[in-house]
Ligand binder design. Structure first.
Ligand code: KMH
Ligand code: ZN
Length: 280
């Protein structure tokens, strides 16, 4: 029998991000209530991981620790989703605040493996910061997901694992973030090359930003990968049709995964695959 991860699909939802403005995208979940509501809907639709960025009272991105801790608690209370906090934050966030995210006690966190041009900005992830963040995940028993925006990030992931050993939980899971202006393009040929370069035994998901969403989703499914979807990555459902909520993106991913004979993993199965411990 195939291992569960080979005939099922992990669906991660990234509902908010740090880039879109609520005033431009009214359906974006920015309050804690909106986030928990969308999280429940997305779990029901087939998501098992939630990648979390939060906003302040004015709906601006924040890494405020008390707010992050409340968010982790509320998502645990309201859902079974694996709570993965973003350590990327917004491009304007400094390294100390990004490291401190782990003090909010999430199950998991994102860990980007290199600096990348990010539209007109730069998303800074120098090697010493990557090392420090990784060491902190190991100390605090947080499972990292390695975010890979470009091929150099894959080389850095190999270096990180060689120098610092396995992640907490013992399993390497990567997310290919494709189609960022400045990163690798979001298309099937690039995805296949990137997957071939990943560490042996790693599992991977992929997401395509903006109009690369669908090409990357179909390529990931056909190459045996997992999926990340959500309004962090796209605010259009189809040409000229804005997303009305994260759940419809998860529903579409779950439907396509089921058609591909790899239905969504449950939250418990996702925990097992990623090495995230159950909640006590
Ligand atoms: N908002 C981007 C600058 C992550 O969450 O770890 C970084 C990002 C990656 O979204
Ligand atoms: Zn993010």
């Amino acid at each position: 029998m195939l291992p569960i991860m080979d005939n099922h699909t992990l669906i991660t939802v990234a509902p908010t991000g740090a880039e879109s403005r609520k005033s431009d995208v009214p359906a974006l979940p920015v309050t804690l209530d909106e986030l928990v509501t969308t999280a429940k809907e997305c779990q029901a639709a087939g998501a098992s991981v939630i990648h979390v960025h939060i906003r302040d009272e004015q709906a601006r991105p924040t890494l405020d620790l008390a707010r992050l801790s409340d968010t982790v608690a509320a998502l645990r209370e309201g859902t079974d989703l694996i709570v993965q906090l973003s350590t990327g934050g917004a491009v304007s966030d400094g390294f100390p605040a990004r490291l401190a995210v782990l003090d909010a006690g999430p199950d998991a966190c994102s860990l980007t493996c290199g600096t990348v041009n990010f539209g007109d900005e730069v998303f800074h992830n120098p090697w010493p910061f990557i090392r420090e963040l990784y060491a902190r995940t190991q100390e605090l028993a947080v499972v990292p997901e390695f975010e890979l925006f470009d091929f150099g990030h894959i080389a850095t992931l190999h270096r990180l694992l060689a120098e610092m050993g396995s992640p907490h939980g013992g399993h390497v899971h990567c997310d290919l973030v494709m189609g960022v202006p400045g990163g690798m393009p979001g298309n099937a040929a690039t995805l296949v090359q990137a997957v071939a370069a990943l560490p042996a035994g790693a599992t991977w998901s992929a997401t395509g930003i903006g109009r690369t969403t669908l090409p990357v989703l179909f390529a990931a499914l056909s190459a045996g990968g997992h999926l990340r979807v959500g309004m962090e990555d796209t605010t259009s459902f189809a040409r000229g049709r804005p997303v009305t909520g994260n759940a419809e993106l998860v529903e579409r991913a779950a439907t396509l995964a089921a058609l591909a004979q790899r239905p969504p993993l449950s939250c418990a199965q996702a925990r097992q695959m990623l090495g995230v411990s159950g909640r006590s």
